[in-house]
Design a protein. Structure first.
Length: 547
């Protein structure tokens, strides 16, 4: 493992001008967006590689770790490479999943800082979001010039923590001087529309225009009230002044990484910022990025929302699989995953196959990366390799967790070999100008494998309303469980003959998409019975227990 290098050295490695670097200590920095205006110095066009995964177990299958390990392997091979990844949320760090900086010998550093406060981006987003909420309530308290109907306020508050007690609250209690009593609630910060806005904005001016379009509620006559009418946009933009610039860090082996933005893929669009991805592509020959949870969630939104919005064109998809996930989809309980069971792996392969089919729908080539665990048996791995060979899909084992970049060399060589010289023409699952019902049906059928889409009464009403309001031409961001291809967490493997049930539709006019809520998914998670926070401590000035 290489030593932690000063961030100015990492910046110099990418050719970042010193006057474009804003250091946060010696090991992390922001890079000014104006760096994108400098002519690209690389001779060949950049290649964008997306890392996604099959439907994961609750622990996750290691997309971030694989992305980092793959980047380190590219560095070892002498390739010009830069990672573009999402920022971790404090909620999972303190909850069940732990941190989001990779693991083993394939981690981003300084991992503690990145997992906790980092450069303050999440705090800035939380503050900007809650400023707008406070100003909405302030208008209600005084003369309400925007004529907001207190029953139709649609802007909650956010907090970057798993806290089920805040999902539904009553604000404004305590008497005449304490505001207007009303029912509201909190989402987790990664679900904030401002998070999505920041991640999809092209620059500061685009950020401003998107903030203006945020819908905070309606009047009693059904007229939309936007953030611009509340008078909050300028102050929100001031709070986000630094947050829009991408953060530069490094891996344990010195591979550069932009870590910026962090919407969850199960409740938002699941990708890092457009500006960070573009910055990585501007400065390196290879950019490795990821999208949250399985291909059905983050990757679908990466293609249908992020790529179409920003004009990005990925060259290849790396689909991460694990023996444990295949066993789970083959009917083995999580407590029994350690036993050698190639038959269960065989039974779980249809889930992987469905995700490979989904990659094909977009017209992009896939490579299967088996994230190798110490408990995996050779005969189990052989089952996966044989199926990939039968399907004509390139396959590579990767031991990046235990061995760092050295353990991902086979995967890196496979990716290089099978990446086309020019990116393929992207085939979206739907066209934005199609009816909203057709867009939802296309994703449900082609990506999830559903038979139909059903709408509960609130969703059917919302569908008619958003079409009448002129939002039918926006893409759709489906909020769905990551634990199944369906919207039922109990249906593992490759479900068939099922319906996706949409219970409501929300317009994120600033971000530029419609959110479809399915199943019982919540936008504010809760902590588990034994949260990871119980293991975290500060000992002799060092943070311990943060995994």
């Amino acid at each position: 493992m290489s030593r932690l290098r000063p961030i100015v050295e990492i910046a110099d490695q990418l050719g970042v001008d010193a006057d474009k670097l804003v250091p946060y200590g010696s090991d992390k920095a922001k890079v000014d967006l104006s760096m994108l205006e400098r002519p690209r110095m690389r001779k060949q066009p950049a290649k964008l590689v997306l890392v996604s995964a099959m439907t994961p177990t609750p622990a996750g299958e290691g997309k971030t770790t694989t992305s980092i390990g793959l980047g380190q392997a590219f560095t070892r091979l002498g390739e010009s490479v830069c990672l573009a990844l999402r920022e971790p949320s404090l909620g999972p760090c303190m909850g069940m999943k732990g941190g989001g900086t990779g693991g083993g010998r394939s981690q981003l550093v300084p991992s503690d800082a990145i997992n906790l406060h980092f450069t303050g981006d999440f705090h800035a987003i939380t503050s900007a979001h809650n400023l707008l909420a406070a100003m909405v309530d302030n208008q209600l308290h005084f003369d309400n010039p925007a004529k907001l109907d207190v029953r139709r306020v649609a802007w909650p508050r956010v907090l970057d923590m798993n806290d089920r007690a805040l999902r539904s609250v009553v604000a404004g209690l305590g008497g005449v001087g304490q505001g207007i009593p009303r029912q509201t609630g909190f989402d987790i910060t990664p679900a904030s529309e401002i998070m999505a806005i920041l991640c999809l904005s092209e620059n500061a001016e685009d950020l401003r225009e998107r903030l203006k379009r945020i819908i905070v509620g309606e009047t009693s006559k059904g007229e939309l009230v936007r953030a611009e009418q509340i008078g909050a946009v300028g102050a929100m933009l001031a709070l986000l002044k630094d947050a829009i610039h991408p953060n530069l860090v490094q891996s344990m082996e010195g591979t550069p990484a932009f870590v910026h933005g962090g919407p969850f893929a199960n409740i938002a669009h699941g990708c890092n910022s457009v500006v960070a991805t573009r910055m990585a592509m501007h400065l390196a020959d290879w950019t490795i990025t990821e999208a949250g949870f399985g291909f059905d969630l983050g990757a679908e939104k990466f293609f249908d929302i992020k790529c179409q919005s920003a004009g990005l064109a990925p060259s290849l998809v790396v689909l991460v699989a694990t023996v444990r996930a295949l066993k789970m989809h083959g009917g083995v309980t999580l407590s029994e995953l350690g036993a050698d069971d190639p038959a269960a792996v065989e039974r779980g392969l249809p889930n992987l196959e469905k995700h490979l089919e989904s990659v094909g729908h977009f017209g992009v080539r896939a490579v299967v990366a088996l994230n190798r665990f110490e408990t995996d048996h050779p005969d189990e791995i052989a089952v996966v390799r044989a199926r990939c060979e039968a399907l004509g899909v390139p396959f590579a084992e990767s031991r990046h967790f235990a061995e760092g970049g050295e353990g991902a060399l086979e995967l890196a060589r496979t990716v290089i070999e099978h990446t086309p010289s020019a990116p393929p023409v992207l085939k979206p699952i739907y066209r934005w100008n199609e009816p909203m019902e057709q867009k939802l049906l296309s994703v449900a059928q082609k990506i999830y494998g559903a038979e139909r889409v059903e709408y509960l009464k609130p969703a059917a009403t919302a569908l008619k309303r958003l079409e009448a309001q002129g939002f039918g031409g926006l893409p759709v961001c489906i909020a769905k469980t990551p634990k199944s291809l369906s919207d039922d967490v109990q249906r593992v493997g490759r479900p068939e003959g099922f319906a996706i049930t949409v219970r409501d539709l929300l317009v994120n006019a600033g971000a530029g998409f419609v959110v479809a809520l399915t199943g019982e998914l919540l936008r504010m998670p809760g902590l588990p019975r034994r949260p990871q926070a119980e293991q975290i401590d500060l000992v002799d000035g060092e943070i311990v227990g943060l995994r």
